[in-house]
Design a protein around this ligand. Structure first.
Ligand SMILES: [Mg+2]
Length: 333
């Protein structure tokens, strides 16, 4: 396409229509809108996440990885709501220098790869020429049995607080990327993959329906997101720092530099599920963890009050340096 301006019609037909092939109501992206049919008794769950060059990613991260993270952060929100993913719409503000076959093929290749991995399809969107930076916006659609969407604000006094997987790996990946911090080569590769290719806990989230009282995904940082559940539920969250699950690489990093504990607990981009459940559900949650093959750790609980307390091993509140994740620019989330 060198020297030739790619028209919107050609952009859609060539790059985006193939991504809609498995979406029955998308009509090959040749209509103005799409139809999403739901089985009787199900409700549509809708969520949007926008990502801006320089704030949420850098162009040098690579088109395919940017595309996959874009889908995965949205799938993570569906997972946190207990939804079965269906598909998504995509709006792109594309700067001139990226409107070429090399970039668009890689970007759409990344979308195609994760569409297949997660069983979703493209249901439409819009493309505009950006005079400035690349901006991407995905609206993702999922389904739940009517009335069963997991909410942030339904935690109850006495609930246990749980998190899946491990916390802080992506935050350390960002430390490497932005602050040029050094860890072992293997650790840096692991942190980088956790930062750029999070794993949305889609199967686990759907199984949490009926077990959890409240749930959300960890995108702003564990402490800040626990605060979101607490404030939405009108309660106080307690986190035992020693109980927070860390990968081997992150545990080593925190052992070597105690100051990193605060980065780990308040950094973002984990895309693990944070949820509360009554103590009587603990055996079912342990069984679910074994069935799905995903670690789940009880890290604290909910009590009357407000805010979040992070306690050390002697039960004293920890003073954490950072309040939450601010991405690259610091101004936006
Ligand atoms: Mg979220």
């Amino acid at each position: 396409m060198a020297g030739q301006r790619l028209g919107e019609f050609e952009l859609i037909a060539r790059y985006f229509a193939p991504l809609a092939a498995d979406a029955p109501g998308a009509f090959g992206l040749r209509d103005d809108a799409a139809v999403i049919a739901l089985p009787a008794g199900e409700e549509l769950v809708v969520t949007t996440d926008a990502m801006l060059d320089g704030v949420h990613f850098l162009i040098k991260d690579g088109a395919a990885r940017i595309a996959r993270k874009l889908l995965r952060v949205n799938l993570s929100d569906l997972a946190a709501k207990g939804a079965r993913p269906i598909g998504y719409q995509l709006a792109i503000a594309l700067p001139e220098e990226l409107a070429n076959d090399e970039w668009l093929s890689a970007f759409c290749g990344g979308l195609a790869q994760d569409q297949k991995a997660f069983g979703i399809a493209l249901y439409g969107g819009d493309t505009v020429r950006s005079p400035d930076r690349l901006m991407l916006n995905v609206t993702a659609f999922g389904a739940v049995p009517a009335g069963m969407m997991l909410r942030r604000g339904l935690a109850q006094t006495g609930d246990d607080l749980y998190v899946t997987g491990s916390i802080g790996d992506a935050a350390l990946g960002l430390e490497v990327k932005l602050n040029h911090r050094l860890f072992s080569a293997a650790a840096m590769m692991f942190f980088d993959s956790r930062l750029h290719l999070p794993t949305p806990r889609v199967a686990f989230g759907q199984e949490l329906r009926g077990l959890a009282h409240a749930a959300m995904d960890v995108s702003d940082g564990l402490v800040q997101d626990a605060g979101h559940i607490a404030s939405a539920s009108g309660l106080r969250a307690i986190i035992h720092a020693d109980a927070v699950p860390l990968s081997l690489a992150t545990r080593q990093a925190v052992t070597d530099d105690k100051n990193l504990l605060s980065t780990v607990l308040t950094g973002g981009d984990d895309y693990e599920l944070l949820f509360t459940a009554p103590p009587r559900n603990a055996p079912d949650i342990a069984a679910l963890s074994r069935r799905v093959g995903l670690a789940v750790t009880r890290i604290g609980g909910l009590e009357a009050g407000s805010g979040v307390s992070v306690l050390d091993s002697s039960g004293q509140p920890l003073d954490l340096a950072r309040g939450g994740f601010q991405h690259f620019g610091g101004a936006l989330e």
